[in-house]
Design a binder for this molecule. Structure first.
Ligand SMILES: [Mn+2]
Length: 450
C-alpha cells in the first residue's frame, strides 16, 4: 500500500517526483536500484526489515556551516517572516521529502520542529502548535515517528551539560524540555524516545564532581522514565553512546559503558541503546562491535545509520555506503530477529559542497540501496549457514562434558586444574578469518536472484 505524496501550498522539490524502484539497470539517479519496499526477504518485506527513517535536523536544518565557515545552502523554507513561519514551511518541506522518498519513519529534536522563544511558556506553546501541525501531516502521509528527542546541547545554557550541569537551575530547564519533548513524542505516537548526551560529560577534572554528575544523570533518566510511563508512553527509551565531541569526556562513552550505567541505575528494563556507526568508530570500535555488544545484552534498540571518515578524528556523519559495514550490521540485525520497534535512522548529512536541493534525495537513495543490498547479502550468508556453523564448531568444547559444566557455572579453579593435568593443551586450530572474509565477499559478488 503506497503512501500519498504530500505537496503543500508550495512544492519545495519540484524536480523530484515519487522515488520508485527501477532496478539495477536503471539510469535514473532519482530511483531505487535495489530497495523495493514490498519485496520479501526471509519472510518479511524489505520495508519491515529496514524500517528507514529520515532525520529532521541534518536534512532540513543542515545548511553546510562548519567551525571555519557559514552556510553554503540556502533552503527556501528558511526565508519566511520569522523563525516560526520558517518552522511551518520546513514542516511542509519535510513531509514532501518523506513522502516522495517513501520512507516509513522520521525522527526529530524538539528544536528542529519548533524554535525556542523568549520564555519557557512561549517555547512550549509554539512546540505544541507545531506538534498539532505535524500530527496532521502524519495523518495525510501515513509517515510515522520512529523517535523524538530534546536538543539539550545547542543552547548556551547547556555549555556545562544538561542533566549533569553543575547548576541545578539548568538541570531543571533540561527537565522541562524533556517533559515537553516526551509529551510531543506521545502525542505523535512515537515508538521510541532518545537521549543523546551531547554535553553530558566534562572538559576539566579540576572543576568537576564526576560522582555527583553521574548520579544526577541516573536520577534525571529515572525521572524521565517515570514521567513518560505516567503519560502513557509505551515505547523504548534509548541512549545513544558517544565517547567525546563536543565534550572531552562523555559519560555515555560506548555500548559497554552505557550498559553498565543502565544496570547500575536499574534502568535496563525501560532503556535500550541507539547505536550510531560514526560514534562507534570515534570510540575506537567498529559499528558491528557496538551492535553485537548490545545484542548480547538484549539491549539493541535502534540504529543511527551513517559512517565516519577513516582519516578524520571527528564525527563526519556521512551517508552509509560501505558495503562491508552495512552487511556486517544487517547480519547482526537479522540474527537478532530484526530491529523493531527501532529502525535505521539516517543521522547523516550532505557534504558542505553538495549544494543542490536534489542532493538530499540522492544521498538518501544511495544509503537506502546500500542497506537494502546488505539485507539481501546478509540473508544469503545466513541461509548458506557456513558462517554460523564455523562459529558453532569453534565453541563446540562448551557444548558437552566438562566444558558444558564450566559454562553452566559448575566448575571451580581446582576442577580446571584437575582437568588440565590429564588433558595436554590442544593442537592449534585455525580461526579461518580469511576463509570467512572470502565467503562474505563471494556472497557480495553474487548476482541478485529474486
Ligand atoms: Mn554523529
Amino acid at each position: 500500500m503506497s503512501r500519498p505524496v504530500f505537496v503543500g501550498a508550495r512544492e519545495y522539490f519540484p524536480s523530484v517526483k515519487k522515488v520508485e524502484f527501477e532496478g539495477l539497470e536503471s539510469d535514473n539517479p532519482l530511483a531505487f536500484k535495489v530497495y523495493d519496499p514490498s519485496r520479501m526477504v526471509a519472510e518479511r518485506s524489505m520495508e519491515e526489515w529496514l524500517r528507514f527513517a529520515v532525520c529532521y535536523w541534518h536534512t532540513f536544518t543542515g545548511v553546510g556551516s562548519d567551525p571555519f565557515g557559514g552556510a553554503t545552502r540556502e533552503f527556501p523554507w528558511d526565508k519566511g517572516a520569522d523563525a516560526k513561519s520558517n518552522a511551518l514551511q520546513r514542516l511542509d518541506a519535510a513531509f514532501e521529502f518523506f513522502s516522495k522518498l517513501g520512507v516509513p519513519f522520521f525522527c526529530f529534536h524538539d528544536r528542529d520542529l519548533a524554535p525556542e522563544q523568549k520564555t519557557l511558556t512561549q517555547t512550549e506553546a509554539v512546540l505544541h502548535e507545531l506538534v498539532a501541525q505535524t500530527k496532521q501531516r502524519m495523518a495525510e502521509t501515513r509517515v510515522k515517528l520512529l523517535w523524538g528527542t530534546a536538543n539539550l546541547f545547542s543552547h548556551p545554557r547547556y555549555m556545562n551539560g544538561a542533566a549533569t550541569n553543575p547548576d541545578f537551575t539548568v538541570v531543571a530547564h533540561a527537565g522541562a524540555q524533556v517533559k515537553a519533548a516526551l509529551d510531543a513524542t506521545v502525542e505523535l505516537d512515537g515508538v521510541n524516545y532518545v537521549f543523546w548526551g551531547g554535553r553530558e560529560g566534562y572538559t576539566a577534572l579540576l572543576n568537576t564532581n564526576t560522582k555527583l554528575e553521574r548520579e544526577n544523570l541516573g536520577r534525571f533518566l529515572t525521572a524521565a522514565r517515570d514521567y513518560g510511563r505516567s503519560i502513557g508512553f509505551e515505547g523504548t527509551f534509548l541512549i545513544e553512546p558517544k565517547p567525546q565531541e563536543p565534550m572531552k569526556h562523555q559519560y555515555d562513552f560506548d555500548a559497554q559503558t552505557v550498559i553498565g550505567f543502565l544496570r547500575e541505575y536499574g534502568l535496563d528494563s525501560d532503556f535500550k541503546l541507539n547505536i550510531e556507526a560514526n560514534h562507534a568508530t570515534l570510540a575506537g570500535h567498529s559499528f558491528a562491535h557496538e551492535l553485537q555488544i548490545c545484542v548480547d545484552a538484549g539491549l539493541l534498540g535502534s540504529i543511527d545509520a551513517n559512517r565516519g571518515d577513516p582519516q578524520c578524528g571527528w564525527d563526519t556523519d556521512q551517508f552509509p555506503l560501505d558495503m562491508h559495514d552495512c552487511v556486517e550490521a544487517m547480519l547482526i540485525v537479522m540474527s537478532n530477529g530484526g530491529i523493531a520497534p527501532g529502525g535505521l535512522n539516517f543521522d547523516a548529512k550532505l557534504r558542505r559542497e553538495s549544494v543542490d536541493m536534489e542532493d538530499l534525495f540522492l544521498a538518501h537513495i544511495g544509503a537506502v540501496d546500500a542497506f537494502a543490498r546488505a539485507l539481501l547479502v546478509a540473508d544469503r550468508i545466513l541461509s548458506d549457514g557456513r558462517l554460523k556453523q564455523n562459529k558453532a564448531d569453534r565453541y563446540a568444547s562448551f557444548d558437552s562434558g566438562p566444558g558444558k559444566q564450566f559454562a553452566d557455572g559448575e566448575l571451580g579453579l581446582a576442577d580446571l586444574q584437575a582437568f588440565a593435568v590429564v588433558n595436554p593443551h590442544p593442537e592449534h586450530r585455525s580461526g579461518k578469518q580469511e576463509s570467512l572474509e572470502n565467503l562474505m565477499n563471494q556472497m557480495m559478488f553474487m548476482e541478485d536472484k529474486e
